[in-house]
Design a protein around this ligand. Structure first.
Ligand code: ADP
Ligand code: ZN
Length: 531
């Protein structure tokens, strides 16, 4: 009833003050908390750092029984539970890292009603023994964290999440709250369908992070570009640098250290002790740079990360948003900086083609990459592009805080250049039955008699030297943009270039190819201009 609502209301606020020491709820938190305490189901979309945890922790504290939290982040459970215990919350977890005795203890606590929160890995809920255990205790709320993992279209799909619909079937009277920082419209629908939550109320926070400046610069000498960026804009500040491979993580950390920037590596190839030590330093120190593979950062709560830099292209817009979202949780100005070039496109396309997964998986991965590439190549506001991807409206056409708004890129008519590239690919294939990568194509266009050009008699091709009006960097930019636009494709292990169905329309002069204008020699320092 109404009177009851008022009581739970103040109980929620009391728990917020007493347990967490916070003044007030943020944004949608209060509405979510009220709804769940009253017994309703909720789907919560909030960007990383938005404060999702309190949305289920407070109801778990206020409602009688234990709040059961399903989370795929096994590696973080111990830390999360420790942090809660330090606040006096009775929390425990069950996952595969525990030995028999530890699990027994937690089970006993749960059954005795001595836990406010119990964290579980999703695979636990496949086991009848776990479900039976839960049936024998009292549950206040089910929280399904990282709920986008249920989406087969997403970048984080976990089959175990598909079994979570059992929660609604077995415990129809226990409210459920699904939370994610990642949801396009399609993912959003999948969450409600697959988790069986048709009546859930949806709480959608804005995904805009106005204090983050988005910048994507053409890649020339990425480590040097990164160094200049850090020296000019973020000297002595904490940040994360993402690289695709362990090897480049190690090299980049070394390079930065050699150049006077305190940096440590973080990746799965390091032993657990080193990883934990580096993570602890990052959290504790003020100006440490962590160079990491994407594994680093999930669930890490450091408010004053001043920049996130990508030296390699993320696989999807969701990934990019989550990773960049680790910057500036304190609301202060921060930078999301990325260096991006032709090799990124070739490499990612190659990974998709030669990687695991069936045809449907590859097609989806291709779609994710295409969306990411579109964001890189856009001449419009990057923030607007990001928000549109998540189905949200930007507050204006120009955000004034991304590189394309700060220094609008010019376009040029690249139709003839595109035709030259495509003709070269066609000639090699038709006249010689050969396929080559971008390096050879550019050498042919520029009329360079390299050893490899001589070896294959490519100086005899009619297209040899037809592209001297552009520089090597510009040709690489043209090829990159053609790949991004799907007018050219990559094949096989060597990244050879081949035509696509759409290429024909360019060769037949049926369409124009507008391209983004790029510096003759990509600037090593700040590209966006800014203040
Ligand atoms: P998410 O899970 O959405 O990424 P978290 O739940 O980890 O976000 O919260 C991010 C940070 O914001 C944490 O440091 C948390 O303590 C803080 N926070 C969340 N809600 C509030 C609030 N109402 N008042 C103050 N700080 C908050
Ligand atoms: Zn903008």
């Amino acid at each position: 009833g109404v009177a009851g609502m008022a009581v739970t209301d103040s109980e929620a606020l009391a728990a917020l003050h007493r347990v967490f020491g916070y003044e007030s709820f943020r944004g949608e938190q209060e509405a979510v908390v009220d709804h769940v305490i009253a017994g309703g189901d909720a789907v919560v979309l909030m960007p990383t750092g938005g404060g999702k945890s309190l949305c289920y922790q407070i109801p778990a504290l206020v409602r009688p029984g234990t709040g059961v939290v399903v989370s795929p982040l096994i590696a973080l459970m111990q830390d999360q539970v420790d942090a809660l215990r330090a606040l006096g919350v009775r929390a425990g977890f069950m996952n595969s890292t525990q030995d028999f005795d530890e699990r027994r203890t937690v089970e006993a606590e749960f059954l005795a009603g001595e836990l406010d929160l119990l964290y579980l890995a999703p695979e636990r809920l496949r086991l009848d023994s776990s479900l039976d255990l839960l049936s024998r205790g009292k549950i206040s709320v089910f929280a399904i964290d990282e709920a986008h993992c249920v989406s087969q279209w997403g970048h984080d799909f976990r089959p175990d999440y598909l079994t979570l619909s059992v929660l609604g079937e077995r415990w129809p009277d226990v409210p459920r709250i699904a939370l994610t920082a990642t949801a396009t419209d399609a993912t959003h629908r999948e969450i409600t369908e697959r988790l069986g939550m048709p009546d859930a109320r949806h709480f959608v926070a804005s995904f805009d992070r106005p204090n983050i400046q988005y910048r994507i610069v053409p890649k020339a000498d990425p480590r040097k570009q990164l160094l200049a960026f850090l020296r000019e804009e973020h000297a002595g500040e904490a940040g994360i640098v993402y690289c695709l491979s362990r090897n480049s993580v190690d090299k980049t950390a070394e390079f930065l250290s050699r150049n006077g920037i305190e940096a440590v590596p973080y990746h799965a190839g390091l032993d657990a002790g080193t990883r934990a030590a580096h993570q602890a330093r990052f959290l504790r120190e003020e100006g440490l740079v962590v160079v990491a593979t994407i594994a680093f950062g999930m669930g890490i709560d450091k408010p004053d990360v001043r920049f996130v830099a990508h030296l390699d292209l993320p696989k999807s817009v969701e990934g990019y948003y989550q990773e960049t979202g680790r910057a500036g949780r304190d609301g202060l100005p921060s930078t999301a900086w990325m260096a991006y070039g032709l090799n990124d496109v070739v490499q990612q396309r190659k990974l998709i083609q030669t990687g695991e997964g069936d045809e449907a998986f590859r097609r989806r991965a291709g779609q994710h990459l295409d969306a990411m590439l579109a964001l890189c190549e856009t001449v419009h506001c990057r923030r607007a592009g990001l928000l549109a991807y998540f189905g949200q409206e930007p507050s204006g056409e120009n955000c004034g805080n991304c590189d394309t708004c700060l220094a609008p890129p010019e376009t040029w008519d690249g139709t003839v250049a595109a035709q030259k590239v495509l003709s070269t690919v066609v000639r090699l294939q038709r006249e010689r039955g050969q396929k080559f990568g971008a390096v050879q194509i550019v050498d042919i266009l520029l009329g360079r008699r390299t050893a490899k050009v001589i070896q294959f008699d490519h100086d005899q091709l009619s297209v040899f030297g037809i592209g001297e009006e552009l520089s090597e960097a510009q040709w690489r930019g043209v090829i990159r943009q053609l790949l991004a636009q799907g007018l050219l494709a990559v094949e096989g292990d060597y990244g050879t270039l081949v035509l696509t169905e759409a290429s024909g329309s360019v060769l037949r002069r049926e369409r124009e190819v507008p391209l983004r204008k790029e510096p003759e020699k990509p600037a090593v320092s700040r590209a966006g201009g800014g203040s």
